[in-house]
Design a protein around this ligand. Structure first.
Ligand SMILES: Nc1ncnc2c1ncn2[C@@H]1O[C@H](COP(=O)(O)OP(=O)(O)O)[C@@H](O)[C@H]1O
Ligand SMILES: [Mg+2]
Length: 147
């Protein structure tokens, strides 16, 4: 399978980088001629994964990196990984359940992973407590033109 493009960026775990990441995802995806709906779905999934890394990975006194990698294949498949070197997740299965949150229930919906799952074809979460978390998001675009 031929690779069309690949990027890897490193950002600090700062809240403004959520908007940065979702817009990079949209611009990266544009040459594959996605539908408006597909772009919205990819942006939203990336937003959820990056906001999790920003909000949950590092304790208040820590500042660590968040990596985003995007790869586009000529089949129309887009593979995105969001990775941090933070606290990790003790129980990934439980964390992925709808409404589960370790955050403040008044502020957090606990629906981030559920949103990622519904908007992408596949999501994989690998996490090691004390080492960090890697979320892989995969989506195949329905129609591609120009390649
Ligand atoms: N990158 C991460 N590092 C550490 N914990 C995480 C990470 N991503 C998710 N989690 C854990 O998984 C839980 C569920 O995430 P999510 O479904 O996005 O809900 P929410 O962000 O609203 O809490 C979070 O509350 C947090 O405990
Ligand atoms: Mg979340």
């Amino acid at each position: 399978m031929e690779r069309i493009n690949r990027i890897r960026i490193e950002m600090l775990c700062r809240s403004e980088n959520e908007a940065l990441a979702r817009n990079i995802a949209a611009v990266f995806t544009a040459p594959l001629d996605p539908t408006v709906e597909e772009v919205t779905e990819i942006k939203t999934a990336v937003s959820e994964a990056v906001s999790n890394a920003i909000l949950h990975a590092y304790r208040e006194d820590m500042e660590g990196p968040v990596y985003m990698e995007m790869e586009a294949l000529d089949s129309g498949r887009i593979i995105i990984t969001i990775e941090d070197e933070g606290v990790g997740i003790q129980d990934v299965k439980q964390a992925m359940e709808p409404l589960f949150t370790t955050g403040d229930k008044r502020e957090r919906s606990g629906m981030g992973f559920t949103v990622m799952e519904s908007f992408m074809d596949k999501i994989q979460v690998e996490s090691t407590p004390g080492k960090g978390t890697k979320v892989t998001l995969i989506k195949s675009l329905d129609r591609i033109h120009g390649f």
